[in-house]
Design a protein around this ligand. Structure first.
Ligand SMILES: [Zn+2]
Length: 181
């Protein structure tokens, strides 16, 4: 049976997340989420999402009873670094990731690498600044995409130039994985 998909924009729109120049992480995440949802629609995949003004705690409560352990929960974020040269895409998975989460994560970083983003690989939440991420506590297949670096000018140029192709490629990777056992 096809897995259900929950696709969220990180920070829920209320918390801006990282900012750099004119770029605001939460706005970028909402934009890309909506582009991916539009691409998924074209290939007959329905994504559940939450209201933009939701706090994470409300989102987590909303998910209860809706999401099962085989279902896919994707949260979209942008990375930021004090080092303006830091760049590329990475995927964060739970500390004890399933094989499914890890291979899904690599499929995402590979698709992004084909578009031109450095492949930073798949990392457990313990390698993030916060060590433990609330979104990873949901009993589901958890994928957090750090699309690229908001603090890196070339990453942002490449994102702006290729966001439609990014959305299309990610939609195909997502659909393929929703049908995987
Ligand atoms: Zn974030």
């Amino acid at each position: 049976m096809m897995r259900k998909l929950f696709l969220f924009a990180g920070h829920g729109g209320k918390d801006p997340g990282a900012t750099s120049g004119k770029h605001v992480e939460s706005q970028l995440a909402i934009e890309l989420r909506d582009l991916i949802i539009a691409e998924l629609k074209k290939i007959n995949v329905v994504a559940s999402t939450d209201a933009n003004e939701n706090y994470l705690a409300l989102t987590l409560r909303w998910l209860r009873g809706k999401i099962g352990e085989r279902d896919v929960l994707i949260d979209i974020h942008w990375n930021a670094s004090a080092d303006p040269k830091a760049n590329g895409t990475e995927v964060i998975v739970p500390e004890y990731a399933t094989g499914y989460e890890t291979s899904f994560g690599f499929a995402i970083t590979r698709a992004m690498a084909e578009i031109g983003f450095k492949n930073r690989g798949v990392k457990p939440e313990t390698q993030t600044a916060r060590k433990k991420l609330a979104i990873m506590s949901v009993n589901a297949e958890n994928i957090l995409i750090e699309v690229c670096f908001i603090s890196n000018a070339s990453d942002m140029l490449l994102y702006e130039k290729s966001k439609h192709i990014i959305a299309k490629r990610l939609a195909y990777v997502i659909r393929e994985h929703l049908y995987k056992q």
